[in-house]
Write a protein that binds this ligand. Sequence first.
Ligand code: TXA
Ligand code: MG
Length: 521
Amino acid sequence: MKNCLILSENESDLETAGKIIRNGGLVAFPTETVYGLGANAFDSEAVENIFKAKGRPGDNPLIVHISDKEQISDIVSEINPKAKALIDAFFPAPLTVIMKKNKNIPDNVSAGLDTVGVRMPENKIARKFIKAAGVPIAAPSANKSGRPSPTSAEYVIKDIGECIDAVIDGGECSVGVESTVITTVGDIPEILRPGAVTKEDIEKVIGKVTVSRAAFENIKVDKAPSPGMKYKHYAPKAEVVIVKGGKEKYEKFVNMHKSAFALCFEDDNVDIPKVVYGTDGDSESQAKNLFSSLRHLDEHGAKKVYARFPNSNGVGAAVYNRLLRAAAFRIIDLNKPFLIGLTGQTGAGKGYVGKYLTKLGFNVLDSDIYARKVLNDTEVLNNLSNEFGKDVLKDGKLDRKLLAERSFSDKDKTEKLNKIMHPAILRSAEKDALFPAVLDAALLFEAGADKLSFITVSVIADEDLRIKRIMKRDGISKSEAMLRIGAQHSSDFYIENSDCVVINDGRDIEIQIKKILEEKL
Ligand code: TXA
Ligand code: MG
């Protein structure tokens, strides 16, 4: 256990910090992005202690920080024209440029790669400290591995104070998310981690660049282009879920979850406990507050957190990238018209589940009602008469019996009927789909309504039970009931195709539904 010195930005304190570095120690320091945990980049033993202090996997390379551009030639073996253009245009900046490393840089800095990331911070205290040390400083963010990056000295001390020699307290970081990382080593430069220097900023200087798929997708690769991207990151103790769909739907959604926390924007009207992480439409404010907000959620003891989806353009790309990792890529998409698509076998108890969801405040739409409604729609009627004969319409009214005879006579015809009816039913239900909407539809999958639903829930039950239920419900014989059941999908079909299954066999249905709502929404 170490006694961590707390230093200020005055000259003698920075001199002390520089000396600690030259003696092989570890100093945490402020930058405009987040606090870094620094060691002499030429001293492999000191660098080893960074990995130990953070609990960082050895295959995740460190960035080398400089105070003057002249230092770059001591670190890299080659500065290609695009790297040079980026350095000239941006340094000092929240930008890390990856180049081929030279032999001065120990292997543990670059985690065995033949490349190294170089960054000249904009923050003046950082540059004065690096200058005082007289050597380039290898530094990752100064958090325990996996935790949100620290944006104040206080968070550094909380996370790793016992494992480091000193921290320079430079107040709160102005940017709040780590630097943009770009590699210039391949044919087309690639942004490996979005940050405050945006893709658009960079393209103005060096033309087309790509953004690594791993920035926004949960790709599982052994050799990620930027090793840091394969680890769980920025995670608070709470389970975080990102909620997409705009202010109004977000508000309605979170207000349904009384025991959760909202990670929202300043003007959001939420009446559950909340932590604000910026202003709607202002990505800079969101970037600045995101990590401290994630830490505040822990301080409040939050267990489940619904985060408002940020605008993901410009600096917002960095915010979204970090939030995705904090949420382990879990997103609830309220842009789909139906929050739940409800289906299941006849007689299994779908209706009962629908009633229970209504009681919980969901807006349950019965597709049968819409099926009847669309039969008053002139376009639907015209399509039906074109397909099944003019005489299915008598004085503009549908002869249902005749239509049934013609459309159910063979599979092909039934399909043609469905092709006319299903889209019309869905369009009509969508119009009434006030959030949070549930579409109750026996033919949910056949109609393609599963794609319009955020989750699909099927209700299934044992065949004997279903036969008894339909006999009683519809007053029909056992053989008639069996005939109907025989025309339906098996339980396996529903288990395979839906996100969740409710089994109605005497187990408590309400408990099963509550569990689904808790886990999936
Ligand atoms: O803003 C920042 O960049 C902060 C401050 C302290 O400068 N530093 C920082 O370092 O965020 P760290 O270690 O937490 O994140 C560095 C990221 C990691 O994802 C790492 O995998 C990637 O940069 N990286 C470093 N060197 C690399 C290399 N040679 N090739 C590919 N990725 C590299
Ligand atoms: Mg980090």
